[in-house]
Ligand binder design. Structure first.
Ligand code: NAP
Length: 317
């Protein structure tokens, strides 16, 4: 049977890299779009069998070029997303205008389906630009193209994420770790391989026109996540709740870094729980379990942050 052609935007990111591997192993032909073929393309090339991956460089979201690319695919998947803006209106461009354009073209070309990765827990975060731009994108997709599927994951983690790896670095270096909102914000972290299984399921399944929340098997507060990370790297640190005024000031300063650890907008988003909303079904509701538990998974790679590394017999402090 001829396998389907898939066009993937945002393929070089954490989720994209893992998805390319899954798809190419299952004989899907993937065309991956990236802004710089030399910077990240080589990582992708190792993820696919010869002949199953085609890399395309696109510097910007040019309508005609994207239209032409989409003429050759049956399924389009959008994984492009940002956590902070480098220039003004970037959230709107990336999270709202791009998905709007892709779903619009999907309709014109009568694609089999358009799969878009949005985010969990954004419905109430009306004061966050990140959340409102993501919601705006979801609304436009729904208006534009019936055969769309919107997936909304909680935090996605793995050995090559920007979450657990950055926090393990911070926790191993700082004696005190600030807790925003007393660390009480709740998350349902999902391992990237579990999320990829969900994406793979919706690619193969006939159903379209639905939104699905993608969550892991447990609800953990931010404080509990940090405690698990600390235990895993065998370190003891002070977790200190930060008054809101100080949290705001720290975000104001940290967002000046070239790659900000925290921005004011992220601080606003962090106020809201990142768990199932009960508005949409979750992967568990449709029988796709996410079986990987946070503590067990991070133990598989946390040795990178332990004093002495994986084979040290020392008791690390
Ligand atoms: N990771 C999570 O915890 C998480 C949680 C909830 C939702 N999501 C959503 O899931 C999607 C994929 O997440 P991810 O973690 O795989 O993301 P990621 O690692 O940050 O990668 C996102 C991709 O977007 C592209 N991109 C970034 N900035 C861009 C820009 N200004 N213009 C054009 N392209 C840009 C990059 O591709 P190139 O550099 O190759 O062009 C990159 O590969 C995103 O929409 C994200 O919001 C992620």
């Amino acid at each position: 049977m001829k396998q389907k052609e898939i066009l993937l935007f945002g393929a070089t990111g954490q989720i994209g890299r893992n998805l390319v591997r899954k798809l190419s192993k299952n004989n899907y032909k993937v065309t991956a779009v990236t802004r710089n073929i030399h910077r990240k393309g080589y990582i992708l090339k190792t993820q696919a069998n010869p002949g199953y991956l085609n890399l395309i460089e696109l510097k910007n979201f040019n309508y005609e070029k994207i239209y032409k690319l989409m003429q050759n695919c049956e399924i389009c998947i959008n994984l492009v997303g940002i956590l902070y803006e480098k220039r003004s209106n970037e959230f709107n461009l990336i999270h709202s205008e791009l998905p709007s354009m892709l779903s619009n073209i999907s309709k014109k070309l009568k694609l089999e389906k358009f799969i878009h990765i949005s985010a969990l827990g954004i419905e109430n975060a009306k004061d966050s630009k990140y959340a409102s731009s993501k919601l705006d994108g979801e609304r436009k997709i729904r208006e534009n193209f019936q055969n769309s599927i919107i997936l909304k994951p909680s935090i996605v983690y793995s050995i090559d994420d920007n979450f657990t790896t950055n926090f393990m670095t911070l926790l191993s270096r700082l004696p005190i770790m600030p807790l925003y909102y007393s660390g009480q914000t709740k998350f349902m972290p999902i391992h990237v391989s579990d999320l990829v299984e969900i994406i793979y399921y919706v690619i193969k399944d006939k159903k379209t026109n639905f939104t699905l929340e993608c969550v892991g098997p447990e609800i953990l507060t931010f404080r509990e996540l940090l405690i698990k990370l600390l235990k895993s790297i065998n370190k003891k640190r002070i977790l200190m709740p930060l008054p809101f005024s100080l949290a705001k000031l720290s975000a104001k300063l940290l967002q000046l870094l070239p790659t900000p650890i925290l921005t004011e907008d992220q601080l606003r988003t962090l106020k809201y729980d990142n768990i199932y909303s009960k508005i949409y079904k979750t992967n568990f509701d449709i029988g796709i379990k996410a079986n990987k538990f946070f503590g067990e998974e991070i133990n598989k790679y946390s040795y990178n942050w332990m004093t002495g590394g994986q084979f040290s017999k020392k008791i690390n402090k």
